[in-house]
Unconditional design. Structure first.
Length: 287
């Protein structure tokens, strides 16, 4: 039964991912409402051209009107959102044993799922938007902070709608914010953006003390590793005449600006869904 429900949740997640693509691409450009169209030829898309993932595959990644390539962002965001929603579903099934739709546990499960789905939908949007534009819109991060605060006062494990969090969990958000805001202030925005500080505030509320520290460490480790790989790829390998390097890698160097929000989101996902503990990370490196 759980398998069938998970499939339905995945399909629902891909539909939400399709909507997130619209939000990401139309942000501050045009209203979200209105028919979707090809960004290259302007052709209005039919309903069968808007089926998440499937339409992309059936059309072989090309527009039916002009034949030009469709961005891989569309199916990737849809699939990513689908898997995130499945992860939320299984995360919550560890806490709930719902017997009836009239059971209080069912209502709490629904509240938990909608809250987490909204939170992670916003994080997916932040991930992709910052990757493209190196900025985190307030329209995305402020709702994330609010919903993370709501989650902080909601206890999924007890089946209650609201509960009192520990003092350490409550202050994790402000502590994260102050740390990242300090990096932004003293570096004058060269080390970290202020949007990252606002994102860290919501991270602290969402994860609490132990998982928050884990996400913090994972984000910096992953970010440092990726930065080294991209730098080497962009500055060393691109000098080899017989190797073709993607255009966006040719501009990488010591002064390259790499968005940090995607690493914060990845660290948050690892800590939230896999329960990576701060003390375990320390023990791994023998500290």
């Amino acid at each position: 039964m759980l398998t069938y429900l998970a499939i339905l949740v995945f399909v629902f997640g891909t539909a939400v991912g399709s909507f997130l693509n619209v939000v990401i691409l139309r942000h501050e450009k045009k209203p979200i409402s209105g028919r979707s169209g090809c960004p290259k030829c302007g052709k209005t898309l039919e309903w069968f051209e808007l089926i998440p993932v499937l339409s992309f595959l059936i059309q072989k990644a090309k527009c039916r009107g002009c034949g030009r390539p469709i961005s891989w962002q569309y199916p990737l965001v849809e699939i990513m959102t689908g898997f995130v929603f499945v992860a939320i579903f299984f995360f919550l099934t560890d806490f709930y044993r719902v017997g009836s739709i009239f059971d209080i546990a069912f209502l709490s499960f629904g509240f938990s799922f909608l809250t987490l789905a909204s939170i992670w939908g916003l994080l997916v949007a932040i991930f992709v938007y910052d990757l493209y534009h190196k900025i985190i819109p307030d329209d995305f991060v402020f709702p994330f902070i609010f919903l993370s605060l709501v989650w902080l006062f909601h206890s999924a494990s007890s089946g209650e709608f609201f509960s009192s969090p520990s003092v350490s969990d409550m202050f994790m958000g402000p502590l994260f914010f102050l740390f990242f805001a300090s990096l932004w202030y003293f570096s004058r925005g060269t080390w970290m953006g202020f949007g990252d500080a606002k994102l860290a505030l919501g991270m602290g509320f969402l994860l609490g003390f132990s998982n928050g520290l884990s996400a913090f460490m994972l984000s910096f480790w992953i970010g440092a590793g990726v930065a080294v790989i991209l730098f080497l790829y962009g500055t060393v390998i691109k000098k080899l005449d017989n190797i073709k390097v993607p255009l966006f890698l040719k501009n990488l160097g010591l002064k390259s600006e790499i968005p940090f929000a995607p690493f914060l989101v990845i660290g948050t996902a690892l800590a939230f869904f896999f329960g990576v503990e701060f003390i375990d990370l320390i023990n791994v490196f023998g500290f």
